[in-house]
Design a protein. Sequence first.
Length: 372
Amino acid sequence: MQPTVKPKNPNFSSGPCSKRPGYSVANLQLDTLGRSHRSALGKKVLGLACTETARILGLPADYRVAVVPASDTGAVEMALWSLLGARGVDALAWESFGSGWVTDIVKQLKLPNVNKIEAGYGDIADLSKVNFDNDVVFTWNGTTSGVKVPNGDWIPAERAGLTICDATSAVFAMELPWSKLDVVTYSWQKVLGGEGAHGMLILSPRAVARLESYVPAWPLPKIFRMTSGGKLIEGLFKGETINTPSMLCVADYMDALAWVERIGGVTATMARSEANLKAIADFVAANDWISFLAKDPATRSNTSVCLTLATSADNVKKMVKLLEAQGVAYDIGAYKDAPAGIRIWCGATVETSDLQALLPWLSWAFAEVTAA
């Protein structure tokens, strides 16, 4: 039987992700619009984007936060181009974005001493093989595979190299061991449901020391430069952005941060995401035609939940289109490079009640496309 109850919010895209519950553009503080981002007001709000991020995430007091260009990709590439080359590199990959960083390191930067530790979709790289005398580059959560690192226990507190972590679909949804992470990047449009085009870059004192003591052998574009005269450009971490940001997007981000605080902080956003994962896990356990792509329960993402179906790739595509036509689930097809399946965003801005309304529709759509 076709279900009768639909999700109130059918937006389950893994990026840009659903807006927070109760979101309205009318609620944004827009006094910065039409003003220079270099004005006292503009710098104040951009500075708050940095300091409020640090406060709400509970970062160590000596960590620095900056708003940078080009989303999470820009933030990661700033780190790779600015920091790598002083040591060997261990590059971890188990899905498309991690593989992209491996390509940057090997084929673009052409670094000579690179240890690639890779795994296929559904698995995770062998974390026991990582050499922390090298710099280590990895994604915390594989957005296109639904496979995350289980915890930070594999990272030693004492290490010679830097840890550079792409955490775009993990920050605000997963517990990160900040003292073990030297560079963390993310974008607003993931767990907080913010707007695109801007990235966040978080640096430990160890990362700052590297920036001030090491000069890469290659030229750096202006939008990557974090030092001047061998010293960190401190203004970058106080709201003096490298290039012109969208102050409308900044207002949207500040609204999202305020929402996180209202509901109880990062503990609450993590709990919301975990509750969403549980709803799907219970459904998968009760239906033998659907499975997690992530083989090990300990590595299953609670944000970008990737699922495989016991049917053909063509049927999966038909199912995705059918659900969209019914207005119950938008943008849930698997990533283009991933195995055929569906990907349902379960980050903090998604209501568990909407997922619970969606799940019977999955059963209905599967029956519809496999009936023939």
